[in-house]
Design a protein around this ligand. Structure first.
Ligand SMILES: Cc1cc2nc3c(=O)[nH]c(=O)nc-3n(C[C@H](O)[C@H](O)[C@H](O)COP(=O)(O)OP(=O)(O)OC[C@H]3O[C@@H](n4cnc5c(N)ncnc54)[C@H](O)[C@@H]3O)c2cc1C
Ligand code: SF4
Ligand code: SF4
Ligand code: SF4
Length: 368
């Protein structure tokens, strides 16, 4: 039976671990307690003697191919970028939700829709805890869900408290520990494609705490970027701004830095490889192909969210939320714009797959 020791050799030591936290979340949720996430965000042994060699941490790691076929079957995956039942460009109808959102606030509006009707009792999201610092969060109320919206900084009042390293990644699966400790039964999960891939693997094996996740909301992801002090300085020079002027950032086909004076600085993502996390260069999922619904700003106008519907659960949620909580951009007058949106998502998805294949081949060549 392969265990975490093999995971370290086959994934971590090769630089392939993208810190989804799935291995630790499972081991902790069932109280084996052999693993923990280190301060560097990487999983490690907390107490090797507690390992009962169940092998589940190894099987659920998305970098291990063992469950690839079953996971694809589970979500009826098909080429070129996962199952697609429908697509839309939408935004929240509530101005309060839109005001704090990253793009159109659709993710937050859908979570509120589910919460208000008792369909979920909590949501695993990620909230800003300090300038340049985001943390996974188990939202237990309407207010919690609204507070976690967006992707923005509040840099002005406390510049000196900037944490040293900010990363766009938030190890949300860690919050499953909280779910396992509380009597929560209906949880919505918001996360990156890699995190949702791990959750689906847990679902394939039927292991806790994946049974509590009722819906997976996936975010498009071109990569995870580190905003350490050096990277921040370099970005200021590239785009001619000061972090104290920034109120929000979002990622579309470029990094958009929104300033308080309403100007937007744009930096193409291919200029950001100096701050991209190493493991992300091997990742081939841009459009959250294993989610129930996938969301991104790519292809949508400022203030709107591109949505891909991937399952009947996602389809029902979107249809119900359209009765008042979200609104669709009408493409009747501009059908070409709609085609352009999906063509862009496909283009970015293909680009990411090509790049991942190239980097994996390089890695194999170096190892041989
Ligand atoms: C690391 C990262 C990379 C991304 N890359 C791209 C990209 O390349 N192209 C693109 O089009 N879109 C990308 N997105 C998605 C985009 O930024 C928006 O999240 C998406 O369009 C939904 O917008 P919204 O206004 O509907 O969501 P909102 O209503 O603002 O809700 C966003 C939800 O996401 C949660 N969240 C925020 N940050 C994280 C995080 N780091 N981890 C887990 N959950 C989080 C929030 O807690 C909130 O619940 C990325 C998002 C993240 C987090
Ligand atoms: S107990 Fe199981 S999940 Fe935990 S480290 Fe050992 S093999 Fe992995
Ligand atoms: S399950 Fe996630 S955190 Fe654990 S080794 Fe694999 S990629 Fe890394
Ligand atoms: S690119 Fe995004 S989805 Fe892929 S490993 Fe990095 S953070 Fe995860």
């Amino acid at each position: 039976m392969k265990t975490f020791t093999h995971l370290m050799q086959e994934v971590q030591e090769k630089g392939l671990c993208h810190q989804c936290g799935g291995c630790v979340a499972f081991c902790s949720a069932v109280n084996y307690g052999a693993l923990e996430l280190g301060e560097d965000g990487k999983p490690r042994y907390r107490d090797r003697d507690k390992c009962i060699e169940c092998g589940i941490c190894y099987s659920i790691c998305p970098e291990i191919e063992e469950l690839d076929a079953e996971t694809r079957n589970l979500v009826s995956w098909s080429a070129p970028m996962g199952r697609i039942l429908g697509t839309a460009v939408a935004r929240a109808t509530e101005p309060e939700v839109r005001a704090g959102a990253t793009d159109g606030g659709v993710v937050t509006a859908l979570l509120l829709h589910l919460f208000d009707r008792g369909r979920i009792d909590s949501a695993i999201v990620s909230k800003t805890v300090a300038p340049f610092q985001r943390q996974p969060w188990l939202a237990l109320s309407r207010e919690d869900i609204i507070a976690a919206a967006g992707f923005h900084f509040d840099t002005l009042p406390s510049l000196k408290h900037f944490s040293q390293v900010y990363t766009t990644y938030s190890p949300s699966i860690e919050e499953l520990k909280g779910v396992a400790r509380m009597p929560l039964k209906r949880v919505a999960f918001v996360g990156t494609p890699c995190q949702i891939n791990t959750l689906r693997r847990m679902e394939v094996l039927g292991v806790v705490p994946s049974d509590t996740i009722k819906i997976n909301l996936g975010l498009f992801c071109a990569g995870n970027f580190q905003f350490g002090p050096e990277e921040r300085e370099r970005l200021e020079r590239i785009a001619n701004f000061k972090w104290a002027e920034v109120c929000k950032i979002n990622i579309k086909e470029e990094l958009r830095i929104h300033l308080r004076n309403k100007e937007i600085r744009r930096i193409p993502l291919d200029q950001l490889s100096f701050m991209k996390r190493h493991a992300c260069q091997f990742c081939d999922d841009y459009a959250a192909e294993f989610a129930d619904l996938s969301f991104g700003g790519l292809g949508a106008a400022e203030g709107w969210t591109t949505v891909i519907v991937r399952s009947s659960i996602g389809q029902t949620l979107l249809a119900n939320a359209l009765r008042g909580d979200i609104e669709l951009l009408s493409f009747r007058e501009t059908p070409l714009l709609f085609q352009g949106t999906m063509a862009k998502v496909l283009e970015w998805s293909e680009k990411k797959k090509e790049s991942a294949t190239k980097h994996l081949l390089e890695l194999k060549r170096q190892a041989s």
